[in-house]
Design a binder for this molecule. Structure first.
Ligand code: ADP
Ligand code: ZN
Length: 681
């Protein structure tokens, strides 16, 4: 930006004494917590939020004015002038407040969060040829919004009444197919007409096309989609339009919370319970919680929608921090599907155990397809088989960089590590014992179920839906269309298909392994399994035809499965709450994980031990560990973990902050802090 630079140069020469020229601190999109001081010509008034260019080392960077009129920490003569102002861009006070909040909550450097907000640095350099103006058509006057049912009308009225209150959080707790989407689309019309921006957060972007389509039909406007597979040009345009307020409706995955909204009027977090809202890489955050924080700072409404709300959210409703409205029945004549158990222990002969799809489920499948209806077979496991071993010597195929098995993926013709992405073609010979073609696949993944279906029922048209096969929203939209057109009889899907989708002709859901996920040391194992199975069951019988759900299990007496069977969600939640309260676990307390990692086994162990020795000594604070992480090695790095638990009244961040000051962390060890952890691996 040579013209801009020149103007700063001219101005500073007009007032040569540096002390007349104020100092500003600039936050740069770099992984640092500090801001940097620069001078500005006195006649160039800057305010926080403006974007400026500065020289930083050898580089020219765009940063944001953080504060003005400060006394510099170093002699003025050592400071540089800013190089220029980036005209036409700034971050609003609300965006800056959010940035600060996220940084302090997640204990991540301010600069890192700024980088997430300025995620499209190209927007600041003018295009050679301006992008074509996006045309926003007016709402289609011929569109008639659906006639709402009394329970839906009540919900809409309640949501609208919240808009005038400024900040509020409402849980829209409605059974699958009760019209939650219909309700929030109707309610947010008010924001839309006021020209405010609306953000709809989804746990996975493959759900976006169908909501975008419903939005479009109703408002005559295509929402702006925000996700990782946009092209550079799309990102650039979307970022700019969101920044200018021109993009009014935004549908996005969790990263869309960090966009520079000009005028946000409402945030919807759909499927609020979904664990996918937790970002585990880089800055670790829970997007639902950040959405609530953002709503608070923007003084607007936040709507959390779910058929199986998280315990955290229900707890907040109970303590009256959030409001709750309920939709108790499905829309129209659709009934909640009947759930039945297939007890795998009772299937006697070996013959019956030969297949992953049990005989009773196979019979129901045949009947369903014969009746011209569709079915979904659910198994939350990608690939062909989770474990492959040599039948001769027992060697397991393991990732060389992680303590994890390699998963066989037929589609890719590779064995893939689900933790680091390492992939290999495996030779026919076992490297250990030299046996030929001795590989034995253990356990099923979705590809194996598809293979079984093809073998047993060659006339059924099947498709696999899992994240490694359906890679983006477009691919999902295409496959959804095929399902709607009834070009598919049976979907074999992972959790990717378990939620949000509405296929009117789908009447049977078969769950291959209802016990998957119930074991293991995860605090939320029961809750997550309940939610996932309830969601997937909710795909069945969403219109006139009654749905049936069959759960294959070896543990039919497990409370999670019993609650699913009886449809008694409240009892399940009450039991789960009680067990969390008894164990002093969230939502009754706060948790944070410290994860130490290093290529050097001893260094990581030593650092973790040093942390333990310096642990805060207080009756209120419980420190568990350190111990080697269950996933002891990832990407060649050794991992140790600690868990910190405090009462809700204590800032767990301050506790950790104080603690970290006591310990010197060697440069070859990384310490990651995970506030409100969801993963304990
Ligand atoms: P949820 O989000 O609770 O799963 P949806 O909003 O997707 O439910 O509604 C389920 C189906 O019922 C959708 O096809 C939707 O268009 C339809 N539906 C819901 N409410 C109405 C209504 N009042 N009039 C017509 N169709 C409705
Ligand atoms: Zn690996």
């Amino acid at each position: 930006m040579p013209e801009q630079k020149q103007s700063v140069d001219e101005l500073k020469n007009q007032s040569p004494q540096a002390e007349k020229n104020p100092c500003v601190s600039i936050l740069l999109p770099l992984p640092f917590k500090d801001t940097y001081d620069y001078l500005v010509p006195a006649s160039l008034p800057l305010i926080p939020g403006m974007i400026v260019t500065v020289e930083f080392g050898q580089r020219h960077l765009n940063g944001v004015v953080w504060s003005v009129g400060k006394t510099p920490d170093v002699p003025v003569s050592k400071l540089k002038y800013i190089s220029g102002i980036v005209e036409g861009f700034s971050l609003s006070p609300e965006n800056l407040e959010f940035l600060k909040w996220v940084s302090s909550y997640t204990m991540s450097p301010l600069g890192t969060i700024l980088k997430m907000m300025m995620s499209v640095p190209e927007v600041f350099t003018p295009l050679k040829r301006p992008a074509p103006q996006r045309i926003f058509p007016a709402p289609d006057p011929s569109f008639n919004p659906p006639l709402l049912e009394p329970q839906q009308i009540e919900a809409v009225a309640f949501l609208k009444s919240q808009f005038s209150r400024g900040y509020s959080v409402t849980l829209l707790d409605g059974v699958t197919g009760s019209g939650k989407t219909e309700v929030y689309l109707e309610a947010l019309k008010e924001c839309f007409l006021k020209k405010q921006q609306i953000l709809i957060l989804l746990p996975q972007i493959s759900l976006a096309p169908q909501i975008a389509q419903r939005f479009e039909r109703r408002f005559g406007v295509s929402p702006t989609l925000w996700h990782s597979s946009l092209t550079k040009a799309q990102r650039r345009e979307s970022w700019k339009q969101i920044h200018s307020g021109q993009a009014q409706a935004i549908i996005g995955a969790r990263s869309s919370l960090f966009l520079p909204y000009a005028n946000l009027g409402m945030i919807v977090v759909d499927e609020e319970h979904d664990p996918a809202y937790k970002q585990e890489e880089g800055v670790i955050y829970q997007a639902r919680d950040l959405a609530v924080a953002r709503a608070y700072l923007e003084k607007i409404s936040c709507l959390l929608a779910s058929a199986t709300p998280s315990l955290e959210t229900l707890y907040n409703c109970e303590s009256e921090k959030y409001q709750r409205i309920q939709l108790k029945s499905r829309y129209g004549v659709a009934e909640i599907p009947a759930i039945q158990i297939i007890d795998l222990r009772q299937l006697s002969a070996r013959k019956e155990k030969k297949y992953w799809i049990s005989a009773p489920l196979a019979t129901h499948l045949k009947e369903t397809i014969a009746a011209g209806e569709q079915a979904l077979i659910y198994l939350n496991r990608r690939g062909y088989a989770p474990l492959t071993l040599c039948g001769s010597c027992g060697t397991k195929l393991q990732c060389p960089y992680c303590s994890a098995w390699l998963v066989n993926h037929l589609k890719h013709g590779k064995f893939i590590c689900h933790h680091c992405g390492h992939n290999v073609s495996v030779s026919k010979t076992c490297q250990e014992c030299g046996a030929e073609e001795s590989w034995v696949c253990c356990g099923p993944g979705v590809e194996r179920i598809a293979e079984e279906l093809a073998e047993r029922f060659p006339s059924f048209r099947t498709t696999i839906i899992s994240s490694d096969i359906i890679e983006d929203a477009d691919a999902m939209a295409q496959i959804a269309e095929k399902i709607h057109n009834h070009d598919i009889d049976i979907i074999i899907g992972t959790q990717m298909i378990a939620k949000g989708h509405h296929f009117p002709n789908l009447t049977l859901v078969g769950i291959i392994d209802a016990d998957l996920g119930l074991s293991g040391g995860d605090l939320r194992a029961s809750e997550k399994t309940y939610q996932a199975l309830h969601q997937v069951a909710g795909r069945a019988g969403r219109e006139e035809k009654t749905g049936h759900v069959y759960l294959q299990t070896y543990a039919p007496e497990h409370p999670v499965l019993m609650s699913l069977l009886s449809g008694d969600r409240e009892t399940f939640i009450a039991q789960e709450m009680e067990s969390r309260e008894r164990g002093d676990m969230p939502p009754f307390t706060r948790l944070a994980s410290l994860i130490f990692s290093s290529r050097h086994r001893e260094a990581v162990e030593l650092t973790a031990q040093t942390f333990a020795r310096n642990a805060p000594r207080s009756q209120d604070i419980l420190v568990l560990g350190p111990s080697p992480a269950p996933l002891a090695v990832v990407r060649g790095k050794y991992r140790w973990r600690m868990l910190v638990q405090t009462p809700r009244t204590i800032s767990i961040q301050s506790v950790i902050h104080q603690w970290m000051k006591q310990v010197k962390i060697p440069t070859n060890v990384k310490v990651k802090i995970d506030i409100d952890p969801y993963s304990f691996l």
